[in-house]
Design a binder for this molecule. Structure first.
Ligand SMILES: Cc1ncc(COP(=O)(O)O)c(C=O)c1O
Length: 372
């Protein structure tokens, strides 16, 4: 039987293809997930679970919604708990994008943005991140894209970015929020990496405007990707339709996972300090290995745990073939930058969420491919 027509533009994620097809001895620098231990607070909450294991309300556990609201300086009715920020994106795209609608997303982008737009029958148009300034988000290109495409339904921003780690400033974010509000365009700010930074914390949309929606999860900064708990924060009028989609898709995030997420939120500051130490140690291992094996000097990204690395000239014609050779002959998994859009064609994404020892060994294995 043929799959539904809505799947015609959807391909399996190259990130998953490269990672799941890797030989068991390959060093995993492909997936973007924390490899340090899940914080103790969540572990204890999971162990303490007893009695029935109920569905819970579609909007999420009231205690968790309150904790999320406190974290962001909001109120309970502004919070919808989802299965990760992926569940948040899915619900918002399906709830608000009609076939034929356009949504603006950054280039480079997290691949789910374009795939979920296609699933909704919509088109993802891109605005460029600033390649001349470490792919930081600037208001100018977003405003220009809004002028060029006046019927755009929504704008998505993601800073710090997957795949580049580039963030933004409060002034740029505010200008984007004001433009979206003036045009009545939905603004979605994907902030899953906000608390994983190397210097000062980048701005949240919530710091500069009450307009728009923030989505995030416990997957990155709180080090618990497998819990699959995230949320949407913003105007209750926008949460209602998203809740309907999310409820029919999955009912809600798992009850024990929501309890664990609550414990994480209550211990946020301590957890973030420890997580920032973990990524700093990994970044230092990466910087030292790149210096030793390739003579490269790097500076930390604004946030997240990705190194956006220029490909060797010989790899640019077919980056996927290069990454497959790197994986199968070199024993290290990297993701071709083209997976993340036009501006990624000359790059590969190296996730340094792996352990420091894996990073050191991975770069040693990669080096001959860059020198060849
Ligand atoms: C930018 C960005 N948004 C959303 C997600 C989805 O993460 P989760 O569903 O675990 O919150 C990811 C995962 O890598 C991501 O990088």
């Amino acid at each position: 039987m043929e799959p539904a027509a809505r799947l015609s533009l959807l391909k399996p994620s190259p990130i998953r293809i490269l990672s799941e097809g890797a030989p068991p001895t390959a060093i995993p620098l492909g997936l973007g997930e924390p490899t340090w231990d899940m914080p103790e607070a969540a572990r204890r909450a999971l162990m303490a679970s007893s009695g029935p294991c109920p569905y819970g309300p579609n909007f999420g556990l009231p205690e968790l919604r309150d904790a999320v609201a406190r974290f962001h300086g909001a109120t309970r009715d502004e919070v919808l708990i989802t299965c990760g920020s992926e569940g948040a994106l899915f619900s918002l795209f399906l709830a608000f994008l009609n076939p034929g609608d356009d949504i603006l997303v950054p280039d480079p982008y997290f691949p789910a943005y374009t795939s979920l737009a296609h699933l909704a029958g919509a088109e993802a148009l891109t605005y460029p991140l600033d390649a001349g300034d470490r792919f930081r988000l600037k208001a100018g290109p977003v405003l220009a894209a809004l002028e060029a495409h006046p019927h755009v339904k929504a704008v998505l921003v993601n800073a710090p970015s997957n795949p580049t780690g580039g963030a933004t400033t409060a002034a740029h974010l505010k200008a984007i929020a004001q433009a979206c509000e003036a045009k009545g365009v939905m603004l979605i700010s994907d902030e899953v990496y906000l608390d994983l930074h190397y210097g000062t914390r980048p701005p949240s949309l919530r710091d500069v405007s009450k307009y728009g929606l923030v989505i995030t999860s416990v997957s990155k900064g709180w080090g618990a990707a497998g819990l699959r708990v995230g949320w949407i924060l913003g105007d209750p009028a926008w949460l209602g339709p998203a809740r309907t989609v999310h409820g029919y898709a999955v009912t809600g995030a798992a009850h024990p996972a929501q309890r664990a997420a609550l414990a994480l939120l209550e211990d946020s500051e301590r957890i973030f300090v420890a997580a920032r130490h973990e990524i700093r140690v990994r970044w230092e291992a990466l910087a030292a290995a790149l210096k030793t094996h390739l003579g490269q000097d790097i500076t930390p990204p604004d946030g997240a745990f990705y190194h956006w690395m220029e490909l060797p000239e010989t790899a640019v014609a077919d980056p996927m073939a290069f990454c497959l050779r790197l994986r199968d002959e070199g024993g290290v998994v990297l993701v071709p930058g083209a997976t993340f859009g036009e501006q990624g064609k000359r790059f590969a994404r190296l996730s340094f969420a792996a352990s420091p020892a894996q990073i050191t060994e991975g770069v040693r294995r990669m080096a001959p491919f860059w020198k060849a």
